[in-house]
Design a protein around this ligand. Structure first.
Ligand code: HEM
Length: 200
């Protein structure tokens, strides 16, 4: 108790302040110091590179974890259309020269609302060769393309081979046409009175 009293007396003698005033001013100075120093960064910290997560570095803001590409095998144009991004549970696929690529990691390009969403679920060889976004060019028809256009297509193909896993091949639509015919026959058998004329 004696020590406490003499410390307080010394404080009052040297500062001319009451102990309460002295500690209040001291506390305020600490707060001001901490606030001001928090506004500045030390030179060592300033020169350190920013910590960027692997996900941010990849440039994708998709919160879903990356999924393993699933091998599809042989599918038709029509079947490929199911992989246009409208079903978030399905991968995003795109075909070039009959080869199907899983472009799910390029969701920012090909996913719904992306700048190249019109290519998703489609064979796009002609559109890529002609650098065209016209719906009528988004197919695998290479007829009438010149040498330079075929070279452009080849460059795209190389880019896709390097960047995306190949997950299948496109096969002609006949299989589906056969299925359609089967379905029609089945339908007619089930509803003989509703005879549809498909040629109209
Ligand atoms: C004004 C013209 C265009 C501009 C400014 C443009 C810009 C870009 C940019 C900045 C990228 C990203 C490239 C990268 O990841 O390194 C890109 C990718 C792409 N562009 Fe274009 N583009 C244009 C025209 C076209 C056209 C005409 C087509 C085809 C019809 C096309 C098809 C693509 C495709 C498929 C990708 C994505 C490639 C991938 O999956 O990595 N672009 N474009």
């Amino acid at each position: 108790m004696g020590l406490y009293t003499s410390v307080m007396e010394v404080l009052t003698f040297y500062t001319g302040l009451s102990p309460a005033a002295f500690f209040t001013i001291l506390a305020m100075m600490v707060v001001v110091y901490r606030t001001v120093t928090a506004m500045f960064v030390s030179p060592e910290d300033y020169n350190k590179p920013p910590v960027v997560s692997a996900r941010a570095q990849s440039g994708f803001d998709d919160p879903e974890p990356p999924r393993q590409p699933v091998q599809l095998g042989q599918v038709t144009d029509r079947e490929l259309r199911a992989y246009d991004g409208s079903d978030p549970n399905k991968p995003l696929l795109m075909a070039i020269k009959g080869q199907i690529y899983d472009v799910s990691t390029g969701r920012n390009f090909y996913g719904p609302g992306g700048p190249y969403a019109m290519f998703a679920g489609k064979e796009c060889s002609r559109a890529l060769a002609l650098l065209s976004f016209k719906p009528e060019d988004i197919n695998g028809n290479l007829e009438g393309l010149g040498e330079s256009e075929l070279t452009i297509l080849e460059d795209w193909e190389f880019k896709f081979i390097e960047k995306y896993p190949k997950v299948g091949q496109l096969i002609p639509e006949q299989r589906t046409l056969q299925n359609e015919l089967k379905e029609q026959v089945q339908d007619n058998l089930e509803n003989p009175n509703e005879c549809k004329d498909e040629t109209k």
